[in-house]
Design a protein around this ligand. Structure first.
Ligand code: IMP
Length: 195
């Protein structure tokens, strides 16, 4: 069994990835005392690679990292890679979501399309010139008001057409099956199966 370091300390992400990559031992980078790098990229894939490279370098192991966020068409792709800090560094999910609703206040229904994106990358080592890259996309629309208590981030304002509710109203297992993160993880695991 080979070890892969995950550039995240989030226990939920570690469990999810370990459940799919059963032939590998997934180790959180927190075990190695790795300092988080600045996410200086302007795309999800750049930031995922920055995080994976940092983890691979410090742990001397293959590494997996992800980067995700919300892309809103009417806002030219914002909040994009700054989704977590849209209302400022350290902003709460609630503050980010309220800023989004305000910006979208006068945008007509037909122009409220949006999607969650998750990019996951695998680097064999820090200097690997051919990262394995998987992208998951979850299409939806931005609602006018927040609804629902599940999930996190922008879930209460993300309308899921198929289930006629916000993603914060979906049961967690259903959200995982539909979501950008679930999709990216599935694609990555298929690509890694051919290693
Ligand atoms: P991270 O890269 O997974 O930390 O996600 C960055 C930010 O994107 C989060 O802080 C959220 O604001 C937003 N985001 C990513 N995935 C989701 C999701 O599944 N639901 C709601 N918001 C999300």
């Amino acid at each position: 069994m080979s070890s892969i370091v995950l550039a995240s300390g989030n226990p939920g992400k570690i469990r999810e990835i370990q459940a799919i990559l059963q032939n590998d031992k997934i180790l959180p980078q927190s075990q190695f005392d790795v300092a988080e790098p600045d996410e200086t990229g302007s795309t999800f894939v750049e930031n995922a690679i920055i995080k994976a490279r940092n983890a691979a370098l410090h742990c001397q192991l293959p590494a997996i990292a992800d980067d995700s966020g919300l892309v809103v068409d009417a806002m030219n792709g914002a909040p994009g890679v700054i989704s977590a800090r849209y209302a400022g560094v350290g902003a709460s999910d609630q503050a980010n979501l309220e800023k989004l609703l305000l910006k979208m206040r006068d945008v007509p229904e037909a122009e409220r399309s949006a999607r969650f994106i998750c990019v996951m990358v695998y680097l064999r080592h820090a200097l690997d010139p051919t990262p394995v890259i998987a992208q998951g996309v979850w299409e939806g629309r931005i609602m006018h008001h927040a609804v629902g208590d599940n999930g996190f981030g922008y879930d209460p304002v993300f309308w899921v057409e198929q289930y006629q509710c916000s993603s914060a109203q979906l049961a967690p297992e259903l959200k995982n099956a539909l979501s950008h993160r679930g999709q990216a993880l599935k694609i990555l695991s298929q690509q890694l199966a051919t290693r």
